[in-house]
Design a protein around this ligand. Structure first.
Ligand SMILES: [Zn+2]
Length: 93
C-alpha cells in the first residue's frame, strides 16, 4: 500500500535550529515568541527553499545539517533578520 507523502521545506528546520545559536550570542536580543517567529520568517524569505519528500506521520529523523555553505548563508540571514527585528520589534519594549 502506498504511503502518503508530504513536502517539507528542510530550510525551515535549519533556520529554527540555528535561531537559538544566533539568539544566544546576542544578550540584548528579545527572545519572546513574537520576535523569534519574525526573525525566522524574515530569514526564510531571504533563503532559497529546499523541499524534501517525507512520508506523512513518519518519525522525522534529524537530517544531517546542510552543507557548510548553506549553514553560513542561514547564519548571516538570521543575523540580518535579528538586527531588523531588534530595531523594529512588533511589540512594545
Ligand atoms: Zn520580543
Amino acid at each position: 500500500m502506498p504511503k502518503e507523502l508530504t513536502l517539507k521545506n528542510y530550510m525551515e528546520d535549519c533556520v529554527w535550529e540555528l535561531l537559538d545559536t544566533v539568539l544566544e550570542q546576542d544578550p540584548e536580543a528579545c527572545k519572546c515568541e513574537i520576535c523569534r517567529y519574525d526573525i525566522a520568517a524574515l530569514a526564510l524569505n531571504e533563503l532559497p527553499p529546499r523541499y524534501v519528500v517525507r512520508e506523512k506521520g513518519a518519525l522525522y529523523t534529524k537530517a544531517s545539517m546542510l552543507e557548510t555553505q548553506y549553514r553560513a548563508d542561514i547564519y548571516s540571514a538570521l543575523t540580518r533578520a535579528l538586527m531588523k527585528v531588534k530595531q523594529n520589534p512588533r511589540h512594545q519594549v
